[in-house]
Write a protein that binds this ligand. Structure first.
Ligand code: ZN
Length: 294
């Protein structure tokens, strides 16, 4: 039987087999028992039943993509939940995450929350210009949430946002049937740190799944996702139409004469803040060599 890993805890995997209403509890067999092939939430696997509701995972289907932290595979999209105010958005963090996702072949959508507290239009315009799907929501008032629910009904969506961005409030407004614990509750239960690495898929009820990734921090994300400075421009989709037109091959798109990316910034076709982030991340990545990534 083939199925989808919904959660993983202590060496046990909840696998929802195709056609089954309930997940079965599985253990990894053979090569999956050693650590060289880590089974991830979101993996498509083959299960050999061992009894009612139990089985062994005996095979793993090729992955479309995966992340190490949070540990999850086959993501249809990464939804970055960004608060317009309290806390104020950190564009460098957002741009770093979009670049890492691009490097991992994961599409990104941006959801700007707290549109009741601040005007989210400038942020939405900035990222729409960069080519990302953008949504503006006021979760408590349920404004804008229908569009998000419709867009993320199918596939696997990993929701990621810094604490205070209103991610839990948004998820509960989107999928009240899931009654996801908010960060505040997790902290009260003393599980704030414990849940950091735990990822679980919840059904949207329309064929898709969402993954809430509590305690997700951009720093942890970056530590495991290195790339070289030369690879960075390819991870800014808004640069891609221009970078082949630069005068010199190997252009770093920061200061060079005849750089088509810089001209596009001048012409307002690329947002200055995106280019500033690019330059800052480029500096961070400069020391990374190809062989260090192996
Ligand atoms: Zn250039």
């Amino acid at each position: 039987m083939d199925g989808l890993i919904l959660s993983s805890r202590g060496g046990f995997y909840q696998v929802l087999c195709d056609g089954d209403p309930q997940p079965c509890q599985c253990r990894g067999r053979g090569r999956f028992r050693k650590d060289d092939t880590q089974l991830l939430v979101g993996d498509r696997v083959t299960v050999q039943p061992t009894g009612p509701g139990t089985g062994f995972i005996v095979d793993l289907a090729p992955r479309r993509n995966h992340l190490i932290r949070p540990p999850i595979a086959n993501i249809s999209r990464l939804a970055l939940v960004v608060s317009a105010l309290q806390p104020a958005p950190n564009l460098l963090v957002i741009d770093r995450l979009t670049a890492i996702a691009a490097r991992r072949d994961i599409p990104v959508a941006l959801i700007f929350t707290k549109s009741d507290l601040a005007d989210t239009a400038p942020l939405a315009e900035l990222y729409a210009l960069a080519g990302y799907p953008v949504y503006r929501v006021d979760s408590p008032a349920r404004q804008g949430t229908e569009a998000v629910r419709g867009a993320f009904a199918t596939g696997i969506t990993a929701f990621c946002g810094n604490s205070g961005a209103g991610k839990s409030t948004l998820l509960n407004a989107l999928f009240p049937q899931l009654a996801l614990p908010t960060a505040e509750i997790s902290q009260k239960l003393g599980r704030g740190r414990h849940t950091t690495r735990h990822v679980e898929l919840y059904p949207t009820g329309q064929g898709g799944y969402i993954a809430d990734t509590p305690g997700f921090s951009a720093v942890d994300f970056l530590r495991f996702e290195r790339m070289t400075a030369d690879q960075l421009a390819g991870c800014f989709p808004d640069f891609v139409p221009y970078r082949q037109r630069c005068r010199f091959p190997g252009c770093s798109h920061r200061v060079e004469k005849g750089c088509a990316v810089l001209e596009a910034v001048e012409a307002g076709e690329i947002s200055p803040s995106r280019h500033q982030s690019y330059c800052a991340i480029y500096e961070e990545l400069r020391g990374v060599k190809e062989w260090e990534l192996k």
